[in-house]
Design a protein around this ligand. Sequence first.
Ligand SMILES: [Zn+2]
Length: 277
Amino acid sequence: MGKNVFVLTYHSIHVDGTGYATNDHIGFAKDIEYLHQAGFHFIGLERVIDAVISGCWDDIPDRSVALTMDDGSWFDWYDLPHPSFGKQRSMVNILRDFQAKHGRMAQPELQVTSFVIGSPKAREELDKTCMIGKGWWKDDWWAAAHAEGLAKIANHSWDHRHASLPSDFHYPGCSDYGHFNNLSNQEEADWQIYQAQEYLRQVLGTNPLPAFAYPYGEVPEWVATEYFPAHGESMGILAAFTTKPEPVCSDSDRWRLPRYVFRNDWSSLAELEQLLG
Ligand SMILES: [Zn+2]
């Protein structure tokens, strides 16, 4: 009998309304309550990676879910006043609210992995182009969050290869920024992945959670088959996540682990229930 784990992904910057299907904070809060009531166990992402690498799934409870969130803005950590939709409870405070309501032992391994963008300069720019331009994409919270353990910090590349970044920010000679599947060579992969890993290590004062999340879920084939197998472990990255909507199971490729994305793969509790089978 093969076990599997569902890895779910949210984006705390996705605040487009005040309802479940328009606000990732509302969705996240409702989902974790639903998953708890439905008998799911929350486990940390590192346990999922350990099971895939070791092949030993005995310790993984049936009906397990691991939580992740991408891009790493202040909405992950601080309650913030959204100019259109009011005060937003941070993703980590939503986990704290859950613990306050049910007690810490109701879900002793409750945790979310926050895949963050490394470059401060890129985040400062993306704060203006993708968010509200209030300086809400800083990394001042990473070390405290990672040490506390309710949100673990991991690598989501140096600058996300985002199309809104001015060309003088780009890795030299790149065209078609806005995609991640066209990384050109090892130097660029080091620039995007290794540089971010070193920056995270410096800010955290310790190792990040040993995973990478491909921006846009886009996997450059040679990164999954050559670059990570050769260089991942030495830089402290043991697995990489896509956005292919499947459960992680014993024969998943550690450099191409699947995840479900809120609002892409489900937009209601009924759809989540269906997806988790
Ligand atoms: Zn992203």
